[in-house]
Design a protein around this ligand. Structure first.
Ligand code: NDP
Length: 269
């Protein structure tokens, strides 16, 4: 019998996670079944329980449930990084339930290993203050950037995110209008690309040869990536590498084995 895993979200039919985990399992000659679970927006806890009752060993959590998963009474233990993020993307079902967040490590592996851009000593700007931004700030801080800043339309929301991280790192908070400095790494963690828009950023925010990274992935360069290129960014990337890297970390949490990511990234491209 195959070991059962799932991605729980709403919507979830677009998720590439089943394909990614099937590729990982193939690398180790392991048998897993990885399904999509469309959870009602007001029924996340019940969906998790039902999956567990089916004998599943773990699950990924995606939009819009990551923050709810971190508050879920069912989760007995949260990893320090999930606690800091206030968001969970990986659940492991054992006697008790464990919640973790692999988004940040996934992003950092993609930026540092796959794109060859060390974050240490860099001026880093994160755009957005939603679940995705929360998930990546702790991992970015661990890379010891020279500075870490966030900008968001709703500035208060960005303040709350910075406050939640205040014990581990100082994060500068800006509205888009207030941004004056230039940055070596600019990460679009907003959902603007979904609507083919881009955050209202000035071209002067990109330092020469900056890395511009959009968490969103798409067949075509996103509006943010196009804008960054025109503004002189040296490298632009979308979030497909992060997607595969965060999945690999989930696989490791569940099964103690680290899959190779490069062939899976190439396959998805
Ligand atoms: P949320 O809905 O939680 O947050 C959305 C954020 O985007 C808010 O800060 C919002 O600002 C901002 N925003 C939306 N539209 C615009 C716009 N036109 N201009 C400026 N800011 C805008 O979403 P998530 O944080 O969960 O996800 C964000 C993105 O990250 C999604 O596209 C998601 O697919 C992607 N993602 C990719 C992953 C990967 O592995 N590659 C992993 C996780 C997420 P405000 O608060 O002012 O409204």
């Amino acid at each position: 019998m195959s070991d059962l895993y799932a991605v729980i979200g709403n919507p979830v039919e677009h998720s590439k996670s089943p394909q990614i985990h099937a590729e990982f399992a193939r690398q180790f000659n392991e048998k897993i079944e990885y399904i999509r679970v469309l959870s009602p927006r007001d029924g996340f806890a019940a969906s998790v329980q039902a999956l567990r009752a089916r004998g599943a060993l773990g699950a990924n959590v995606t939009l819009p449930f990551k923050e709810e998963a971190a508050r879920l009474g069912l989760v007995a233990t949260l990893s320090p990084r999930a606690k800091l993020a206030g968001a969970v993307n990986t659940l492991k079902f054992e006697d008790s339930m464990f919640g973790d967040n692999t988004d940040g490590i996934g992003l950092v592996r993609d930026i540092e290993h796959n794109l060859g851009t060390p974050v240490k000593g860099k001026r880093v700007l994160v755009l957005g203050a939603g679940g995705a931004a929360r998930g990546i700030l702790g991992a970015l801080a661990e890379c010891q950037p020279q500075s870490l800043a966030i900008a968001n339309r709703d500035r208060d929301k960005a303040e709350r995110v910075a406050l939640a991280h205040a014990a581990v790192v100082h994060i500068g908070v800006f509205s888009y209008d207030e941004l004056r400095s230039e940055y070596d790494v600019v990460i679009n963690a907003t959902s603007s690309s979904i609507r083919h828009e881009r955050p209202p950023l000035r071209t002067s925010a990109f330092a020469k040869k900056a890395l511009a990274y959009d968490l969103m992935y798409s067949d075509q360069p996103t509006p943010f990536m196009q804008f960054a290129r025109e503004a002189g960014a040296g490298i632009t990337a979308d979030g497909i590498g992060m997607l595969v890297e965060q999945a690999a970390e989930s696989y490791f949490i569940w099964r103690g084995k680290r899959p190779q990511t490069a062939p899976v990234i190439a396959l998805l491209r």
